[in-house]
Write a protein that binds this ligand. Structure first.
Ligand code: ZN
Length: 132
């Protein structure tokens, strides 16, 4: 099982990022709806962690920085798509554009949420003893 692999253990940043959990307690959900493809709820986050009370909106415009993460993730995806398409079609422009647009638009909700999760994980550390 993927979720039983060692890097996904509770207490690691990867756990919080993959499961989209609170970076401090790793128990509360970062987003109100677990399905990223429910586009009405895509960016809806509770203001505080429902479990430990960690502030998810640390300051006004906090998640603008997540756009840099999103840009990096999208660039990595674009490089992978281009190399894959190049392997099959060479430098034909149409397959590159169609597959790139399909992947970027199709994975936008996942990238959006992953970028936010990575961003807040850069500023909040895991505290297993947050109850004290
Ligand atoms: Zn929490």
């Amino acid at each position: 099982m993927l979720k039983n692999l060692i890097p996904f253990r509770k207490g690691t940043k990867l756990y919080s990022i993959v499961r989209q959990k609170c970076p401090r307690c790793h128990e509360g959900d970062l987003f109100l709806n677990k399905n990223p493809y429910n586009l009405n709820m895509l960016d809806k986050m509770p203001p505080r962690c429902p479990v430990c009370g960690c502030d998810f909106v640390r300051e006004t415009g906090f998640y603008y920085g997540a756009m840099m993460i999103s840009h990096a993730l999208t660039t990595v995806m674009a490089v992978i798509v281009h190399f894959t398409v190049f392997h099959y079609y060479g430098w034909e422009i149409a397959p590159h554009l169609i597959s790139l647009l399909t992947v970027i638009i199709g994975l936008f909700p996942v990238v959006f949420r992953t970028a936010r999760t990575i961003w807040i994980n850069m500023f909040v550390a895991y505290k297993p003893d947050w109850k004290k």
